[in-house]
Design a binder for this molecule. Sequence first.
Ligand SMILES: O=C(O)C1=C[C@@H](OP(=O)(O)O)[C@@H](O)[C@H](O)C1
Ligand SMILES: C=C(OP(=O)(O)O)C(=O)O
Length: 429
Amino acid sequence: MNATVSPSTVSGTYVPPASKSAMQRACAAALLRSGTTILHNPGNSEDDRAALDLVTRLGAHVAKDESTITITSRGVQPKEGQLHCGESGLSVRMFTPIAALSSQELTITGSGSLTARPLDFFDTVLPQIGVRGGSTAGKLPLHVQGPLQPADITIDGSLSSQFLTGLLMAYSAAGARGVALTVKGLNSRPYIDLTLAVMRDFGMKVPRNDNYESFVFGDSVPTPAKDPLHYTVQGDWSGAAFGLVAGAIAGKLEVTGLDVFSEQADKAILRALMQTNVALSIREDGISVGGQAGGGGLNPFHFNATDCPDLFPPLVALASCCAGTSVIEGVHRLAHKESNRALTLQDEFGKLGLSVELQDDLMIVRGGTVLRGAAVSARHDHRIAMALGVAALRADGPVTIEGAEAVGKSYPQFWAHLQQLGASVSLTG
Ligand SMILES: O=C(O)C1=C[C@@H](OP(=O)(O)O)[C@@H](O)[C@H](O)C1
Ligand SMILES: C=C(OP(=O)(O)O)C(=O)O
């Protein structure tokens, strides 16, 4: 599908979708408890659907109605030997240790960009916790046979926090006691805060976090959550970052449905917006962004995105409209996402005439000149598609984004939402 976005202004109220990071964690936590969980504001992205399919195959019963999803479980009891993670990095990395709680032999597969993403972490870690199997030359498919036995181990947290998320959940469900997960060089730290928050909300045993270097499971026994457990999935700061940037560069929006106290990493978009001097008001019941007092331009910004790497694409769209050079740190975190995002941002924004320079860990974006209308590609990456769609609002002519359906991975309603805000978007093919 192609999306053609013509220069437009946006206005009105914007409500982002449910966070797939929160939704996938909630699915895992619902699988791990004995009882019934009712998810309110459930997500419907491709990654969310992959997680729901995984919990079904791992033994839970999933029932959907118009506004909720009910998951009934008695813990991990696989019904199938094959697990499919779609394209979701979080699902494969979180559900692999969870699946290995069972003693059944399981094969874990995925599709698209996930088949190229690194999983060799499991080859060194699984044998230390009683799990046989591992990856296929560092990639999918994975083969595992548990049962996983929590032990004191040291892991590398620099490539991705998602492996640690899975281990924390699996250790907790296995009743870990008197053991510690030691982590070297953890990146994407707020995602671990989100994991621990979901575990707490689901009445799971939560380890002590010693400065993100050690997670210690003590002797305490958690109080089980009430049954049925009602859980509301938070609005998505990662998706909302695109809406907030659209408001900042091309109009004025009122954003609701976000928890301003959320643990989500991408809430940090607010810090970058503040540096640009955009008119911004942050309240518990909503955020208004855009419509600069006095009509002034946006200032460039310097932002470290090492712990919130998914913000790079919306930040590049924002930087394209700032008068001067913006610098984003943390480029090394981008190599193994749905695409190598440093290079795809450079190539695709380059077609719009934007200079994106890569210098070691820095991305240098020279904003301030009007983007030109052109044909670009989403490169099978949802966040690249959305960043191009938002930047196109301020181009000098239509921008056609090929492969626009990529948004389905995290935000299927993205193009419809942009249209509802008044943007000219036509979808073809
Ligand atoms: O745990 C999560 O929900 C995620 C963690 C981050 O990955 P890394 O930990 O690999 O940086 C992020 O990029 C991804 O989109 C979602
Ligand atoms: C990288 C992403 O997700 P995941 O790693 O879960 O596939 C993303 O949503 O940008």
